[in-house]
Design a protein around this ligand. Structure first.
Ligand code: RRO
Length: 315
């Protein structure tokens, strides 16, 4: 029998746990020529802000060993264009949509949540409090438990009651569990782990930084062990809180690794840049991995690496 891949997202159900990662598939249109966007669990949009924004100057991407640096700087059309053009398109294609939101202030996040709550077709809100490409680190709300909690509380207060709110966290902190706890205490229904890590590359010929923005977010397979560690730690501390895991997933086996660490959904990001049909392929591979193991339901494996019976020990 084919494994049951259905996954819960708040009160709704996704057909499977494979999602796009925010920022790697815009609002889904570009992917539609490669995959049926209704067949994957959900599209997670590029972070939407209140106003249109050009982002940082170019060059704003650089390849690194086992990964990639980006310094996009929250480019996007703004919430009006998103609501008029992108969200209706996703709905018309039968896609489930997780809308990532970003703001410079708590009020901006709250306003975005309110605007989305009046719209049809929002399966969840992912609150991006961890973009590394902002003017100063004080704007990275996810680096401080009080700031992180304040954003989530404001979003939860303005988001429609039936829309789950996920907080997207940064691995660039001393204690990610403390940030996760603060978000959940403030009303987060789930957590997205992890955003990119702040990195930098220097061109040894020009002797100058490669990125015009100097620093950028590191993603790709190089960060997968960090994602696994963060998901593991948070899942160990908060075993009942749903986690969307992301960080360097290239194959179905990689997705399974994040699931075993505690993720009930897995976002695919950097892989999409060299394989635009990566989400569909990874979904197929995950299905095969589960079938080979005789797993009936993917939900049986969420956090299974923590299970004292499976491993014989608990760290
Ligand atoms: O737009 C970006 O530069 C960006 C964002 Br919002 C984010 O959350 N993570 C990232 O690596 N880049």
């Amino acid at each position: 029998m084919a494994p049951d891949l259905r996954t819960r997202l708040g009160s709704s159900e996704l057909p499977n746990p494979i999602l796009t990662a925010s920022g790697c598939a815009s609002s889904g249109r570009e992917l539609a020529q490669f995959i049926d966007v209704s067949k994957i669990g959900a599209i997670v949009t590029k972070s939407v802000m209140l106003a249109p924004r050009a982002g940082r100057p170019t060059p704003r991407m650089a390849e690194t060993p086992g990964g990639m640096l980006n310094s996009i700087g929250l480019q996007g059309p703004g919430i009006d264009a998103f609501l008029q053009r992108d969200l209706p398109w996703l709905l018309s294609r039968g896609a489930r949509t997780v809308v990532s939101i970003a703001g410079s202030t708590i009020d901006e996040f709250a306003e975005l949540a309110a605007r989305l709550s009046d719209a049809a077709g929002v399966s969840a809100i992912e609150v991006n409090i961890s973009c590394p490409n902002v003017e100063h680190r004080g704007q990275v709300f996810a680096c401080d438990p009080v700031d992180a909690g304040a954003v989530i509380e404001a979003v939860r207060a303005r988001a429609r009651f039936d829309i789950p709110v996920f907080a997207k966290l940064s691995p660039d902190v001393t204690d990610i569990v403390a940030i996760a706890r603060a978000c959940v205490a403030a009303g987060a229904d789930g957590l997205s782990l992890i955003n990119t890590l702040l990195g930098m590359a220097i061109d040894t010929d020009t002797m100058r930084p490669v990125l015009a923005g100097l620093t950028g977010g590191l993603s790709g397979p190089a960060i997968r062990p960090i994602a696994v560690r963060c998901i593991w730690q948070v899942s160990e501390a908060l075993p009942n809180v749903p986690i969307i895991g992301m960080g360097g997933v290239l194959t179905g086996r990689d997705a399974l690794e994040l699931i075993l660490a505690g993720a009930s959904m897995v976002s695919v990001g950097t892989a999409i840049f060299h394989d635009p049909s990566a989400c569909a392929r990874i979904l197929r591979e995950l299905d095969e991995e589960l079938a080979r193991r005789g797993t009936e339901r993917v939900s049986d494996l969420v956090g299974a690496a923590h299970d004292v019976r499976a491993s014989g020990r608990r760290v």
